[in-house]
Ligand binder design. Sequence first.
Ligand code: DC
Length: 207
Amino acid sequence: MIIAVDGPAASGKGSIARAIAAHFGLPHMDTGLLYRATALNLLETGGDPESEFGAARATDISQIRFDDPELKSETVGGLASRISAYPLVREALLERQKRFAAQDGGAVLDGRDIGTVIAPEADVKIFVTATSEIRAERRFAELKRSGLDVHLPDVLADIRTRDERDSHRAAAPLVMADDAILLDTSEMNLEQAIAAAIEAVEARRTQ
Ligand code: DC
């Protein structure tokens, strides 16, 4: 069973995808990490984010530790969003994601284009969303908890910039697949959102 979980920044799709994977005993891939690792590699090697070729070279991420906390920073997230608009970057990261999705026994992947590009054949597609204000508040609380001195209006502005860029790029933009289930978590806490997602998977599975 392939389960695709897509959605905008800070929608909770990562936590939901991890919980679905644990519940159904499936391997999970956070595909945003591939773009973040590319962005971090570009930063560390002093590459030019304005150059599509330079960014594509940075997709050689064998040296990146996937537990590096820098990967989760807003700087790296913002740069990941910028370079993910380059078709050459997306192409370089495509095969790895497709292979993960197609492994025996199935998988859960979360990102922006899983249900539309990486695994259009997915058995279940969930599109997780929430209003930008709610997502900003959640991200703000998370950043505060990790000890960062952040301001809510800045976090909201960052989220809106990322939404705009991720949704309007020409290559594999963030759009809900026609056959996806919409999960608006604006009025839910994480526990409720996870329960709703698992229920949606069960319902599709038994159809
Ligand atoms: O999900 P995230 O915030 O970790 O993703 C970081 C950026 O990577 C996001 O702003 C856009 C890009 N991305 C993408 O273009 N396609 C994906 N499947 C996952 C992430």
